[in-house]
Design a protein around this ligand. Structure first.
Ligand SMILES: *[C@@H]1O[C@H](CO)[C@@H](O)[C@H](O)[C@H]1NC(C)=O
Ligand SMILES: *[C@@H]1O[C@H](CO)[C@@H](O)[C@H](O)[C@H]1NC(C)=O
Ligand SMILES: *[C@@H]1O[C@H](CO)[C@@H](O)[C@H](O)[C@H]1NC(C)=O
Length: 283
């Protein structure tokens, strides 16, 4: 319960921030596009709703450059947890206020606030699967009707972007925050593989380096938590085999155990005092 209140409070704070930001920076909300065509491929959110993204077309010198942002929002780690999640903000694509999202940071459309990327093609991928865009479970649980298909969502949205011109990208960045930052690392080489002709492809993981931290308080709790995500979403065969061949799959959701095997240039952005990791993940 406390967690839910906390979540709502964060949403309210974000909304207030977004409102203020809108007044200062102009209208930087972009509508979501629902990828209805993905539904027949089984690429759907936890609740079965279609994937969604928001897209801002590049122009000028950015016309052939792409930045793809994977949204974060924690994970669900049991059937009942995922069932709760499926009803809300991060478990479906139909609960977002006004069906739109705010473009800020690396997605900011203004030259003064985002001089390097403002004119790139920019994509915001809505997070609604609960396992960092990684799951691919064919079977739909008849008791809950939940679908664990994050990897299919990633693939479907990437196909859409390739068709929109990303296949001719000169430069491309895959990025994301939190659970999306973890997804960025897990998908980094796959992303590179989608655009073999691009000159430069790099990944930026923002606040996604979740540590197991065997010598720090709460290590067992953190492992239990991630192991449950891996089990619930059946990720064992989908995590980097360079890691799963050496250790338990639960450990292979921790970047410290697979990041050294990523071939594509990766920039990790992580506060040494990140509040979420030093409080929520250390009891
Ligand atoms: C976004 O959606 C709103 C509400 O449906 C609509 O009024 C607006 O024109 C849309 N904006 C764009 C750029 O399509
Ligand atoms: C958002 O889009 C969904 C799916 O198209 C629609 O059912 C819902 O009414 C829309 N919500 C708003 C606030 O426009
Ligand atoms: C699952 O979906 C089917 C088909 O839409 C529906 O008949 C059934 O009631 C659903 N079950 C649950 C538990 O929601």
């Amino acid at each position: 319960m406390a967690k839910m209140v906390d979540q709502r409070l964060k949403l309210i704070i974000c909304s207030v921030f977004a409102l203020n930001a809108q007044l200062v920076f102009g209208d930087s909300f972009l509508n979501f596009t629902f990828l209805e065509s993905a539904v027949s491929k089984g690429a759907v959110c936890l609740d079965g709703s279609p994937p969604a993204y928001a897209f801002d077309k590049g122009f000028g010198e950015g016309a052939n450059n792409w930045v793809v942002f994977l949204e974060g929002g924690g994970w669900c780690n049991s059937k009942s947890d995922c069932l709760d999640r499926a009803k809300g903000y991060f478990g479906n694509s139909i609960s977002r206020p006004f069906n739109r999202t705010f473009f800020s940071g690396i997605l900011d459309q203004t030259q003064i606030f985002n001089p390097d990327f403002y004119n790139w093609n920019k994509v915001f991928v809505l997070y609604c699967d609960g396992a960092s865009f990684m799951a691919d479970v064919e079977r739909v649980d008849p008791k809950t009707n939940l679908t664990y298909r994050g990897a299919r969502i990633f693939d479907a949205v990437m196909d859409e972007m390739l068709a929109k011109g990303m296949k001719n990208a000169e430069n491309a960045i895959l990025t994301g925050t939190s659970a999306g930052g973890l997804a960025t690392m897990l998908h980094c080489d796959k992303f590179r593989g989608l655009i073999p002709n691009a000159g430069r492809v790099k990944c930026i993981s923002d606040s996604g380096f979740f540590i197991h931290g065997t010598n720090l308080p709460g290590a067992e709790y953190r492992l239990r938590r991630f192991a449950k995500v891996v089990k619930t979403h059946k990720l064992a065969k989908l995590l980097p085999t360079s890691c799963t061949s050496k250790m338990d799959e639960g450990l292979c959701f921790f970047p410290e155990n697979f990041v050294q095997d990523i071939q594509t240039p990766l920039f990790i952005l992580e506060s040494a005092f990140e509040k979420f990791q030093v409080t929520s993940l250390s009891q």
